[in-house]
Design a protein. Structure first.
Length: 328
């Protein structure tokens, strides 16, 4: 429990967090990258293709592929490729080939560039390019770092570890807060707690936090949509802003996805989780304050959850409630 932060916020609320950033990929994504690279190797593949936004997924997969001796080709959203040159070089260090997307290397990339020559790219475009390249090369498959059920399954490790830790210390959370891009980290975090909630054993207030620039749960439609801009993937029922949606070039690259995991979408539709969208400037102010008291420089994505935890802690100050919140 961050004692200093609690003091600084002068709140009766108790706040706990799970830090997944202590690896080179800087995020929870290695949990799924290792599993996916392992199965790709077992299947006898030569390599995999993928997309990356801010670069965390691409980094995690590059690391995993290096461990298993697989080739790794990453299509990185162009604005992040330019905003975050160190990320792209880390991927190259692990042996991945990194291409800014949309690119001239694929048919879909050329088409997107012909229609929108100045586009800063999107995860949807990068997915289309990665899928096309996997289909064109023997022994290659496309892998995705979030959204899909198997990725949520791998990420349940976050929730399982959290539950063990909370149970061990006899802590009962009232609220669970997580940022949501494609939804795998939040989906994984809440899975054991949602089980308790669905079975009527315990209740939790669960909040998904997304950027105001890419508000798929709070502003999207619950409908069948493509996972990519080029409309080559299977349809997925989810909250979506439309597969052609290109978000502004905000810093939270990992949250700039037009859709949301089907599992989280259904839970949101059924009123079992809430969603909030928040502005980047307020999020960065919260991240700065958190860094100064906790010593951890949070990712822009995680800072979305930090901001909402802070707001909720301030509310408890007004009402005097001793709520316990958990964030990831
Ligand atoms: C990718 C990423 C996210 C978003 O994860 P989803 O599982 O797609 O919601 C959040 N935080 C960090 C640090 C990330 O790298």
């Amino acid at each position: 429990m961050p004692i200093v932060w609690k003091k600084k916020l002068q709140t009766p609320a108790k706040i706990y967090y799970k830090f997944e950033g202590n690896n080179t990929s800087g995020s929870h994504k290695l949990n799924s990258a290792i599993a996916q690279a392992y199965y790709a190797k077992e299947q006898g593949l030569k390599g995999v293709t993928t997309e990356t936004g801010a670069g965390q997924w691409g980094t995690a997969l590059s690391m995993a592929c290096a461990y298993f001796g697989l080739d790794c080709q990453v299509y990185m959203v162009k604005c992040s490729y330019e905003q975050k040159p160190f990320r792209r070089e880390v991927m190259r260090t692990y042996g991945a080939a990194v291409t800014p997307s949309p690119s001239m290397a694929t048919e879909i990339g050329r088409k997107i560039l012909a229609d929108h020559p100045d586009t800063s790219g999107s995860l949807g475009c990068a997915i289309s390019e990665a899928v096309e390249m996997a289909a064109k090369q023997d022994g290659y498959r496309y892998v995705l770092g979030s959204v899909l059920n198997q990725v949520l399954l791998h990420q349940t490790i976050i929730g399982l570890e959290t539950k063990v830790a909370l149970d061990k210390y006899g802590i009962q959370a009232d609220m669970i807060i997580g940022c949501a891009g494609g939804g795998s980290n939040l989906g994984g975090l809440i899975s054991p707690f949602m089980g308790e909630k669905l079975r009527g054993e315990r209740d939790y207030q669960i909040i998904a936090v997304e950027p105001a620039s890419c508000p798929s749960l709070t502003r999207g439609k619950f409908a069948y949509d493509y996972c990519d801009t080029g409309m080559v993937t299977p349809l997925q029922k989810m909250y979506t802003l439309g597969s052609g949606f290109i978000p502004s070039a905000s810093h939270s690259g990992g949250l700039r996805y037009h859709g949301m995991s089907s599992i989280l979408s259904q839970l949101y539709h059924d009123g079992l989780i809430e969603a909030r969208s928040v502005e980047q400037t307020a999020v960065f102010a919260a991240a700065t304050e958190f860094a100064r008291v906790e010593g951890i420089l949070p990712a822009p994505e995680s800072a979305h959850a930090i901001y909402v935890a802070m707001e909720e802690a301030k509310k408890c100050k007004e009402t005097g409630e001793e709520k316990t919140s958990f964030l990831d």
